[in-house]
Write a protein that binds this ligand. Structure first.
Ligand code: PSU
Ligand code: MN
Length: 303
């Protein structure tokens, strides 16, 4: 079902470390051409870290792991690329369309491909006001059932961070914060919420992944990697911007799958691009950690 490029196929066959990367962040999470520059750079960082990058998307109805430069450029610039979460996967395949996969859909395809570690920027979660709208990202549903480790920078406060952590707890998803006692809020190192667990070393993260699998736990694992201090936007500063973007969202009556892309775009506009600089910096940072984790996991499996 999944088409691999040679590099990813060979790495998986040899049991060498592979890192999955998502594509909604390219097509619907950042503007062109920063998005394609980010996607290319992140692949290079994963390689420098000793792992093989496998960017995942659906192209012409074919789920693919490991893309060409031309594929990345198409995802970054073609307005016909759909945002594909798990519910959208079957139809985009059937109609032979192009789809950029969310965290949820990328996890599902990574699991099918046999890839254990996945790097992204931020997770979807429970939206603010979800008690009224029922808007809870399918990323959380997928984390409950699919054994892939997702390295991210936590959850933005466009979401209800407390409720997102509650749902992860309910669903038995381990949430490990790398090097901090606080769960990070994407743009900021702090969120006001304690880290469910803290881990200070890649070795311990890899041992946790291995232990989860030995225990037969079938959920995903969240590794939250706080944005470096030099790149963060302080919580109070970004908080006001997020409130503004949420007010604009409400006034426009936007709902469903368009909510997250609209908010990301609006926050870039309202910060004159500063949020994009932070977003790219934290993805780079996650790629370094994710590559190191994939290397440590592959070494543990090979041993
Ligand atoms: N957060 C970001 N950038 C992104 C996304 C979230 O900072 O690009 C994307 C991811 O692909 C995530 C998706 O899986 O948005 C969640 O969308 P929704 O809230 O509609 O489930
Ligand atoms: Mn939603």
């Amino acid at each position: 079902m999944i088409q691999f490029n040679d590099e990813v196929r060979d790495a998986l066959a040899d049991g060498r470390p592979v890192v999955a990367l998502e594509s909604t962040i390219i097509s619907h999470g950042m503007p062109y051409p920063d998005n394609v520059a980010m996607a290319t750079e992140v692949e290079a960082i994963v390689r420098e870290g000793g792992a093989t990058p496998a960017t995942i998307a659906v192209l012409g109805g074919v789920p693919r792991a490991g893309l060409t430069e031309a594929d990345l450029d198409l995802l970054a610039s073609d307005p016909g690329v759909a945002k594909v979460s798990v519910r959208d996967l079957a139809h985009v395949v059937a109609r032979r369309g192009h789809g950029a996969t969310t965290v949820a859909a990328t996890m599902r395809l990574a699991a099918l491909a046999g890839i254990d570690v996945f790097v992204t920027g931020g997770l979807g979660g429970v939206h603010r006001g979800a008690a009224e709208t029922f808007d809870v990202s399918a990323d959380l549903t997928e984390l409950a059932v699919t054994p892939v480790t997702v390295v991210c920078a936590g959850v933005k406060s466009i979401l209800d961070i407390a409720l997102t952590l509650e749902v992860l707890e309910t669903n038995g998803v381990p949430v490990l914060v790398h090097g901090s006692d606080e769960f990070p809020a994407f743009y900021s190192r702090t969120s006001g919420y304690a880290a469910p667990s803290r881990s200070d070393s890649v070795e311990e993260l890899a041992a946790t992944v291995a232990a989860a699998r030995s225990l037969g736990l079938t959920s995903g694992i969240v590794v939250a990697n706080p944005v470096p201090e030099a790149d963060e936007i302080p919580a109070a500063e970004i908080g006001a911007v997020i409130d503004h973007a949420l007010a604009d969202l409400g006034a426009l009556g936007i709902g469903g799958k368009d909510v997250t892309p609209y908010l990301l775009k609006r926050i870039v506009e309202l910060t004159d691009g500063a949020s994009l600089v932070t977003n790219i910096a934290l993805v780079r940072h996650n790629a370094r950690l994710g590559a190191a984790l994939a290397v440590a996991c592959a070494a543990a499996t090979g041993a």
